[in-house]
Ligand binder design. Structure first.
Ligand SMILES: [Ca+2]
Ligand SMILES: [Ca+2]
Ligand SMILES: [Ca+2]
Ligand SMILES: [Ca+2]
Length: 375
């Protein structure tokens, strides 16, 4: 979509749907997919991949693999134990309940099971075991296939950032991915294999609005990876942005990410990093330069359309000569974006300086068209 984002694809495999699922790979939406569930925005990721094929396991001896819409039938089978809102630990799917259903159905060619467990809006740690489940889905961000997987339906109890991680699942090498709807016919909107080079567990975070559903799939890296897992659901409740950046431009804003939480992942750098999110509304149509030059740490800058939507419009880790970051973005008059000042890893945090200026005022209707934007 937008140019001027040289680093965005460097590190794609760590943060983003890597489109590695074989023949049906077209289902993965193309934008930075570890993203927010903002129904109001024009974000491309959530809606473009409507085939429902994403993540569907096509390797097994499944008959009729072309009927991707079959997930409506399978979701919800034996899985409606909605948790309550208090944070706690819940024993999931262990022996009796849902996940044993799919172990009997999946391998023998039945419909793939999407939702093994309905968590409601509970911020819990789910303890489960993928070895009791079947291999129903393939992760779109890792090459591994053949591992059994367990799906969890989660519905945002309020607006906020939600993180889903399996960090407590060692030694299981997990992959976590999110279907952006109440069942697996929805597009995959986020996927992570490894949190870092040293950690084989996974974490995906996104902004959700109250009532937004998501299916959190816990999968293994490959066919050898099955066993006990801990899926932790955490939240930073509240609005998408912490402050507005307002004209006049150029503007300089100082802040500090030291005490901030990790809310949104960039597509072009480490999955985890403490961040501060600003709202910006373009005062005129033109090209804008946004940078963190002068900041005290290794920054990452990324921007989403609207209120922390799925649609990442730009991402940059380093712009020479240092480790700070720069974005160049064309914006329409009145266009709203969320600017994320992030760090390269959780240890990279501190005082930052954020500059915004408009480089060139233009009639963007005659310039490069923005995907998904009215012309
Ligand atoms: Ca699987
Ligand atoms: Ca992994
Ligand atoms: Ca972050
Ligand atoms: Ca950097």
């Amino acid at each position: 979509m937008l140019g001027l984002c040289p680093a965005c694809t460097d590190d794609d495999s760590t943060a983003d749907g890597g489109r590695t699922s074989d023949s049906t790979g077209s289902a993965v939406a193309s934008s930075g997919s570890t993203a927010g569930l903002d129904g109001t925005s024009s974000g491309g990721a959530g809606t473009t991949a409507s085939t429902g094929a994403t993540g569907r396991d096509t390797t097994g001896p499944e008959p009729g693999t072309s009927t991707m819409t079959s997930s409506t039938g399978s979701s919800g089978t034996g899985s409606s134990s909605s948790g309550d809102a208090s944070a706690s630990t819940t024993e999931a799917s262990g022996d009796s309940g849902s996940s044993s259903d799919d172990s009997s159905s999946g391998d023998t060619g039945g419909d793939p099971v999407c939702v093994d467990q309905d968590l409601g809006g509970a911020l819990v740690t789910v303890l489960g075991d993928t070895s009791l489940a079947a291999d129903d889905w393939d992760p779109p961000c890792s090459p591994g296939q053949g591992a059994p997987d367990v799906g969890h339906l989660f519905t945002a109890p309020v607006d906020g950032f939600f993180a889903f991680d399996t960090l407590g699942s060692a030694p299981l090498d997990t992959v976590v991915y999110l279907f952006g709807g109440a069942d697996c016919s929805a597009a995959v909107i986020g996927c992570n294999d490894d949190v870092s080079l040293a950690i084989a567990q996974s974490r995906v975070s996104l902004y959700m609005q109250q009532g937004d559903p998501v299916v959190v799939m816990v999968d293994g890296f490959d066919a050898t990876q099955a066993g006990a897992y801990a899926l932790d659901i955490d939240a930073v409740l509240g609005p998408c942005t912490s402050a507005d950046l307002v004209a006049p431009l150029p503007s300089t804003t100082v802040g500090d990410t030291t005490g901030a939480q990790d809310k949104l992942p960039p597509s072009c750098a480490a999955v985890q990093g403490r961040d501060v999110v600003f709202r910006f509304v373009a005062p005129a149509a033109g090209f804008y330069r946004i940078d963190t030059f002068g900041s005290s740490f290794d920054t990452v800058l990324h921007a989403r359309s609207g209120q922390c939507s799925l649609h990442e419009i730009a991402c940059n880790d380093d712009t020479a000569p240092g480790l700070q970051s720069e974005l160049l973005i064309p914006l329409m008059l009145g266009e709203e974006i969320s600017i994320v000042v992030d760090g390269f890893g959780l240890d990279e945090a501190g005082a930052f300086t954020l500059h915004i200026e408009m480089l060139e005022e233009q009639r963007l209707t005659r310039g490069p068209a923005r995907a998904g934007q009215p012309g």
